[in-house]
Design a protein around this ligand. Structure first.
Ligand code: HEM
Length: 465
């Protein structure tokens, strides 16, 4: 048999099986992009650049469409009027949507997750209210100062690496306890390496068994055993810091010792994976915009006055005097919001004129929602002033802003994230002068889960002011 006959025969067999066994869509189901290969579907095209794929599919198929990829049906909702159903409908479920990913990334069994997640979510939400977040701010500022001083009085490097080296240990210490922060340069380096591998492979790791991702699986095991030690430390040092318990200690009172490291790893990932790239984008955008930089620096200098640049105190009151810096943070979050968030359809769900069948994964892209010109004119531009209309003091965001999700599973760390980023950006710009040596990189189109990483270098020179 020659090659052409072989290829034709294989194609005919594939089409035959596809027609025979391919799941037929309900007549009221949304348009479906299923590719030619049964089960695998459009996984290849979709996986190459998911964010671009969503945009092209929306233009071609309309506001609601389904993508079949690797045995899953992903149904995207892109109209703001459908977001309410996504966040609040009883016909969709958060826990069922994320359970498999949680199993693959943190080795938490299905039963344990369904049993324990509601308690964990309640504890985390309760500990990270705006009031409780405020109590973490003084300690966080000390940590930022200490680790920023480790950068030395001048130097150069990749902006995202500099940010990581300061934020990882500071946030870990603040949320998990000082005894649990990497305490020397070597362990810090090792932690950074393992966490970066884990974070970068999180999307594939959430979908594939460990045997396909050896290095990633090793990093996961390393982090789990680190968390096991941290959980032990957390129990031995109860009530030792700030006259109160850390978030990890609060979690320890709510779930069994056996499960603490696994939930601790998820919490650690959730608290770092989105906040650190957003900090990178916020600083890169400010440095690339002379006008924004000038307004931000005027507010920072006026609020912090002539403090010692090595032990600068940034209080919540100081932050209130720097509203423009907060607008810059919100604008960076808007521009680099998570690629997609998800719910599982558990009962037929009506959206527009369609019925979405149970079993579908319902997908909403905050990244694309924030490019809707009705809510955000000139959506690709970095325009901090657009946040003037939001009542941020009362924690009210702009209409159409969904970076933190919504409904009962909305990000419980959102107040902490905004406070942390606001403080970090004000502090680093007060302490150091920066000279960018590269233009702002483009966001990588590769990932769907979480906020976007830079797709190229962003080298900076810095010097203590
Ligand atoms: C700019 C930074 C951040 C962004 C953009 C972000 C965004 C999100 C989003 C979109 C979700 C899913 C919400 C949904 O499906 O409706 C989420 C969940 C979560 N986030 Fe954040 N987040 C950030 C920072 C943080 C921080 C700093 C923490 C912890 C201190 C945190 C803790 C969590 C947790 C624990 C969940 C899971 C909630 C659950 O299981 O119900 N996040 N986040």
């Amino acid at each position: 048999m020659d090659w052409i006959t072989l290829i034709l025969t294989v194609s005919l067999v594939i089409i035959f099986f596809h027609l025979l066994f391919g799941k037929r869509s309900h007549p009221n189901a949304p348009p479906c992009i299923r590719g030619w290969i049964p089960w695998f579907g459009a996984a290849f095209e979709f996986g190459k650049a998911p964010l671009h794929f969503i945009q092209q599919a929306r233009a071609k198929y309309g506001p609601v469409f389904t993508v079949v990829a690797a045995g899953k049906r992903l149904t995207f909702v892109t109209l703001n009027e459908d977001f309410r159903a996504f966040f609040t409908s009883k016909d969709v479920d958060f826990e069922q949507a994320v359970q498999e990913a949680v199993h693959n990334t943190a080795s938490i069994s299905k039963d344990s997750f369904f049993k324990t997640h509601p308690t964990c979510a309640t504890v985390i939400k309760g500990r990270l209210t705006p009031g409780n977040t405020a109590m973490l701010s003084a300690h966080l500022c000390e940590e930022f100062n200490d680790h920023l001083e480790n950068l030395g009085s001048e130097g150069s490097g990749q902006l995202n690496e500099l940010i990581k080296s300061v934020m990882y240990p500071s946030v870990m210490s603040n949320l998990l306890g000082r005894c649990n922060t990497p305490n020397n340069a070597l362990t810090r380096q090792e932690f950074l390496k393992k966490f970066t591998t884990y974070d970068e492979g999180f999307e594939y790791g959430s979908q594939l068994p460990d045997m396909f991702l050896k290095e990633w699986a090793n990093s996961k095991q390393w982090l789990l055993s680190l968390l096991r030690n941290m959980a032990l430390n957390a129990q031995e040092t109860l009530y030792s810091e700030n006259d109160g318990k850390t978030l990890l200690q609060h979690l320890a009172t709510a779930i069994s010792e056996q499960h603490l490291p696994n939930y601790g790893l998820l919490l650690l990932w959730a608290s770092l994976a989105n906040a650190i790239p957003i900090t990178f984008w916020a600083i890169a955008f400010i440095l690339a915009n002379p006008e924004a930089y000038k307004i931000a620096m005027d507010q920072i200098n006026a609020a912090l006055r002539d403090q010692d640049k090595k032990t600068t105190k940034v209080t919540l009151d100081d932050l209130q005097h720097m509203p423009y810096v907060k607008w810059c943070i919100m604008e960076a979050i808007r521009l680099r919001a998570p690629g997609a968030i998800t719910r599982k359809v558990v009962r037929p769900l009506k959206l527009q004129n369609y019925i979405i069948p149970p079993g579908d994964m319902l997908m909403l892209s905050p990244y694309w929602a924030h490019r809707n010109t009705k809510y955000f004119p000139d959506p690709e531009d970095f325009k901090p002033e657009r946040w003037e209309k939001a009542d941020l003091e009362k924690n009210v965001h702009l209409e159409g802003f969904v970076a933190f999700g919504g409904g009962k599973n909305q990000c419980p760390g959102r107040w902490y994230a905004v406070m942390e980023l606001h403080m970090f950006v004000a502090l680093i710009l007060y302490k150091f002068d920066f000279t960018p040596l590269d233009p702002v990189p483009k966001p990588s189109p590769l990932h769907l889960v979480g906020t976007q990483q830079p797709d190229g270098p962003c080298t900076v020179r810095y010097k203590h002011r």
